[in-house]
Each structure stands twice: as C-alpha cells, then as structure tokens.
Design a protein around this ligand. Structure first.
Ligand code: SAM
Length: 286
C-alpha cells in the first residue's frame, strides 16, 4: 500500500452525508481536548487490547490522528498504522504533519468511507476505533464489523469505544434543560442517515456474531468546572449546539436558557459534568 494513498477523495457536497460536526478549526481543537481528557482511559484500553511491537494496526475514523500517533509509537518502526478517515482534506494532512514532526514514518493515511472500506483477509493484527461508528448509518455497521473480523490474522484484536447511553449525560447540580439538549444531540446524530449515537450497546453482540471472543467494560468521565478539563464539555456545547438550533433540532429559547445556566455554573468549582457511559469492547480472534 502506497504511503499517503487517497483511496477516495470524499469531497461529497451532500450535506446529509457529512461528518455531523464538520471540520472547523474549533472542532479539530475540541477533538484534541477530548483526546487529552480521555487519555488515561484510552491508554488503559489500548494496553488491555495488547497491541504489540511490529504489529500492523488500523485506526478507523482516525480524525486528526491523536490516537494514531500513540499507536504508531507502540508498534514501532517495524510495524505500521493504517489511519483511515473520510476527511482527506483537513484531518489527514494534520495527522501527516504531526507524524512528520514526531519523526514517525510508520503511518499510512487513507481517505475512505468506512461504509465501503475493505482490506485483504488476514492482513492486520489489530483494529482500533473510537467515536466513529456512531456517525455511520446503523445498517452499515454490522457488515463493517464482519469485514473487520476477516481482516484480522489469527490472534488479532479489535478494540472499539463508542457511546452507549447519550441520555445519561448529566450535570451536578442538575440543569433542567440538559435532557432536551441530550435529546436534540441524539436526533441530530441520528439524522437522515439513520446513524445510532448509542451504537456502543450493539457492538458486543456484533463482534460475537462475527466470531470473536468478546470482553466489555463501561466507563464514565466526570470533569469539574474551573479546571482545564472543563474545556472539553464547554467546547462540546458551544461548538455543536448553535448548528442544532439552526437546523431545528433545538429551540433557540432552550439553548439560550441552557447556555446562561451553563455559563453561571462554569464559574462554580462544585459543578460536575458526567459524560455518557462509553462501551469499551475488545474482540479477539482465536
Ligand atoms: C468524533 S471524531 C473521532 C476522531 C478520533 N477517532 C478520536 O477518537 O479522536 C469522528 C471522526 O470520524 C470520521 N468519520 C465520520 N464518518 C465517517 C465515515 N463514514 N467514514 C470514515 N470516517 C468517518 C470523521 O471524519 C471524524 O474524523
């Protein structure tokens, strides 16, 4: 496979087919905070998966590639990471620039849609993916998992993290507008393409039906206002909610009331934001 191959230019102008939250500078920065906030959990998960030096791994929906870089360090110069994302215009060039700056020569980037992306059977040792299957039409997820199981060599591992209960996001002290905000986020992600923002619930069953031995673990992140970590939920609401209002998923008045309360609570160190539970699922091929 050629380094920096662009399989598919993915320049669709069909807005219903776009990554829901787009590729603005703010969204790329938000993904960075999100990666930093979840870094310890992600490292623990990757170490449970047991990816080895010299392995060939795939990072599905790698985005700007914050985890890709970690995976590339783990497999070392004798291994490689195939980083796949539909965004060949902004995310993959950013990943390539970071890889170059870090002197990592073992990353191949591929611009492709996962709905149809395929690799040769038994060609990789591991597949990693986080917060990406929720943006695929639900009907395409089972065929993708079946293909992933075929890509794995004997002993290979698939490690996926996805949300499993969006409605569980909550704030202490309670914000009465939050259930409506969560509902609007769910409807927006589901969209016209029939994505499942809680696809984490389906993954253990899908990996099992694909013939893999399955381990699951569920994690929640809690972050406190006035700390650096607060930037993550703060960016989530500030970046994503205005487009939900524009597209009619959320009433302007609910957004305004929520934001006023959010801003006030953001100054109080006793405020805590709890994430949706995340399903970490590992599937091993015997
Ligand atoms: C929330 S970001 C997660 C990025 C990265 N996995 C992480 O954990 O930071 C979702 C990524 O999935 C990619 N994506 C969404 N739908 C996709 C599809 N159908 N095919 C390939 N990539 C897709 C987006 O371009 C975006 O980079």
């Amino acid at each position: 496979m050629d380094n920096k191959t662009e399989l598919d230019t993915c320049t669709s102008t069909d807005e219903t087919d776009e990554y829901r939250f787009g590729y603005t500078h703010e969204e790329i920065e938000r993904l960075k905070y999100q990666h930093q906030v979840w870094a310890k959990e992600n490292q623990r998960f990757i170490s449970r998966a047991g990816f080895n030096t010299g392995a060939t791994l795939v990072d599905l929906g790698c985005g700007p590639g914050y985890t890709t870089l970690d995976l590339a360090e783990i497999v070392g110069p004798g291994g490689k990471v195939i980083a796949v994302d539909r965004d060949g215009e902004r995310s993959l060039p950013l990943l390539r620039a970071q890889a170059e700056a870090a002197g990592l020569l073992n990353i191949e980037t591929m611009a492709a849609r996962l709905e149809s992306f395929d690799l040769q059977e038994e060609s990789v040792d591991g597949v990693y993916g986080r917060w990406v299957l929720m943006y695929l039409p639900e009907a395409t997820v089972k065929p993708l998992i079946d293909r992933i199981a075929k890509w794995l060599r004997p002993g290979g591992v698939c490690a996926l993290t996805e949300l499993c209960n969006y409605r569980h996001i909550h704030i202490h002290p309670k914000n009465k507008y939050l259930p409506e905000i969560a509902g609007a986020l769910i409807r927006a992600v589901t969209g016209e393409r029939g994505c499942n923002p809680e696809i984490g619930n389906n993954l253990p069953g899908l990996l099992f039906s694909a013939g893999l031995e399955v381990e699951i673990n569920v994690i929640i992140k809690a972050v406190r206002a006035t700390t650096q970590e607060w930037l993550w939920p703060d960016a989530l609401f500030r970046n994503h909610l205005p487009s939900l209002v524009e597209e009619g998923f959320l009433a302007q008045s609910v957004f305004d009331d929520f934001l006023a309360e959010w801003e006030a609570r953001s100054k109080e160190p006793d405020t805590i934001f709890f994430s949706s539970p995340m399903m970490e699922v590992i599937g091993r091929r015997s």
